[in-house]
Design a protein around this ligand. Structure first.
Ligand code: SF4
Length: 556
């Protein structure tokens, strides 16, 4: 009798359980190495008052011109005299808005914002413009900068709002911007304009604000004027923007900068200006180095011209015997042009940048990981082979980028590499709206130039002096904030416990964005003076981590 043999198949191997990772978002980024981020700007703001114009589209193009100042979220609020409508979402300006959404935003006054988070996580709730009710209607507000006294503002709001505890105020407002909006909304028995004159005097730190109610556009700048803000004129209206480049793009002519400590209001009665605090100008020097667009003007000085001039001075301060000057594209280009001009060494393009490599959450394979900065930069072997190079970059944060770059250029045949940096060593973090690495991560905090040169593996390394950089801006040193270079902060800093991107959030608040999670405090860096480890890949000393690991100024 036949028997049926039942064969048991061996169990199929179980597929490894995949960890959930968010999809790549394809966002444009200028970072060469995501683990060695350059200082990130805090936001771009734009406002327009122009009856008869399509204010939503003007705002869209204004924000488009300011995209480099914030790439995490974007929003536009429009008022039509009766109501304010706001539309905001995570992503680039071009991802957030389309014809349909823009055509639904109808009115004569608009406020726009593109965000990079410096206070509060990168999440929809923290996208701007923020909204709050006022005694007469609604306020929509966009903010560039960082306050240093947010916790005091929460106390004031709680005192003004009967029956609302301070904790409740903090729970509802996890960014300094939301607190400013709530503060203006909580002012008793006053028009928004009068409330602003009173309340803006209570703020400390950096704030370039653009806000509106249903009918009126407002713009204000902190007494130090740390972050930029300019006023422009349209044929039938007024525009305010973080940078003059945004005025150019919407066809507005530059009128002037909003003055430090000034509040400007625009409505059917015309443009009015009031002062809420005396001006004590201390504009951000780093805007000239890297943050602002090269086609922007700050303090009547072209940013591009200032950067070329820095390159010329760099050639005088740190000459080199070389065959070619190449920039690290694109931020090193103007200074490289200046260096080549002043030194007589030919300028060349030795590195090609892939501008369309987006921010991605795809976990790279080991093979791809080893490519490192090659994903973003590719050397032109036929240009650099056998040459002694001067390589010009705008700043060094952790040094990882420059180390990988030097190694890549040597592999491509460069015989000598002289690195020149168009800013002085960055030793101190910024508390006024620029997201730097922590102080412990800043390589220049604790390592001198020779130690950094050894770490990056260059034949020589030279930074522009603070004096020469300052002179290139044509702005007197006493009118600039230079704190990230010299540690002299023009506005008092909050207590250590109250500093940092997540200082206003509840401890249990989950971090949506891996970038935020990465920014949270990590294990201590190795300290200078410990036994010097050597990188197995390139034989160079591993010196990352300055002496400031335990410094009170470190911040998440
Ligand atoms: S600390 Fe540096 S980046 Fe921050 S405002 Fe001052 S100069 Fe600018």
């Amino acid at each position: 009798m036949p028997t049926t043999v039942r064969r048991r198949c061996p169990p199929a191997p179980r597929a490894p359980r995949l960890r959930h990772v968010p999809r790549g978002d394809g966002r444009l980024t200028h970072e060469i190495d995501p683990d060695d981020k350059r200082p990130q700007d805090a936001c771009g703001v734009f406002g327009v008052w122009a009856p008869g114009e399509d204010v939503a589209k003007l705002s869209y193009y204004g924000l488009y011109a300011l995209q480099h100042r914030g790439q995490e979220s974007a929003g536009i609020a429009v008022g039509d005299g009766k109501a304010i409508l706001v539309y905001k979402d995570m992503g680039l300006v071009s991802q957030v808005f389309d014809e349909r959404t823009l055509s639904s935003l109808v009115g004569h006054v608009a406020v726009g914002h593109c965000r990079y988070s410096t206070t509060g996580s990168s999440r929809w709730e923290n996208a701007q413009p923020t909204l709050a009710p006022t005694t007469e209607g609604t306020i929509a507000l966009g903010h560039n900068g960082n306050l240093t006294n947010s916790h005091e503002l929460a106390d004031i709001i709680a005192r003004r709002s009967e029956g609302v505890s301070r904790d409740a105020v903090m729970r509802g407002n996890t960014t300094d911007t939301a607190l400013i909006t709530a503060l203006l909304g909580s002012h008793p028995d006053a028009s928004l304009e009068d409330a602003a004159v009173d309340d803006l005097a209570l703020l400390r730190g950096a704030f370039s604000l653009v806000f509106a109610d249903e009918s009126t556009l407002f713009a204000a700048r902190d007494p130090q004027g740390i972050r930029p803000l300019v006023l422009g004129r349209l044929e039938r209206g007024w525009v305010v923007a973080s940078e003059t480049a945004a005025l150019d793009i919407v066809g507005a002519s530059l009128v002037r900068e909003i003055e430090p400590g000034e509040l400007v209001a625009v409505d059917r009665g015309g443009l009015r200006t009031r002062r809420f605090a005396p001006a004590e100008p201390r504009g951000c020097l780093f805007e000239f180095v890297y943050l602002a667009r090269p086609d922007t003007r700050i303090s009547d000085r072209s940013v591009h011209a200032a950067r070329v001039d820095v390159g010329r001075r760099l050639a005088v301060e740190h000459p080199a015997e070389a065959d070619m000057v190449i920039p690290v594209p694109e931020s090193g280009t103007p200074a490289a042009v200046g260096y080549a001009e002043a030194s007589g060494i030919p300028f060349g393009s030795g590195l090609v940048k892939n501008s369309y490599v987006g921010r991605t959450f795809i976990q790279p394979s080991q093979t791809i990981r080893q490519l490192g900065i090659r994903l973003k930069l590719n050397p032109l072997r036929e240009v650099i082979e056998g040459k002694r190079l001067v390589v010009v970059d705008d700043s060094i944060v952790r040094g990882n980028t420059q180390r990988a770059l030097v190694r890549m250029l040597r592999e491509a045949g460069a015989t000598q590499i002289h690195v020149r940096i168009s800013s002085p060593p960055v030793k101190w973090p910024c508390f006024y709206g620029i997201d730097f690495a922590t102080r412990a991560e800043l390589i220049a905090n604790g390592l001198d130039t020779e130690e950094i040169r050894r770490h990056i593996g260059a034949d020589s390394l030279g930074y522009i002096s603070l004096e020469a950089l300052t002179e290139s801006t044509h702005v007197p040193a006493g009118l600039l904030c230079r704190a990230c270079f010299n540690g002299e902060y023009p506005v008092a800093l909050p207590d250590e416990a109250l500093r940092g991107k997540h200082a206003l959030e509840q401890p249990a608040l989950p971090l949506d964005d891996p970038a935020d999670a990465a920014a949270a405090p990590g294990p201590a860096q190795p300290m200078l003076g410990q036994q010097e480890p050597v990188d197995a890949a390139d034989g160079l000393p591993v010196l990352v981590g300055g002496a400031g690991g335990g410094d009170a100024l470190s911040r998440p």
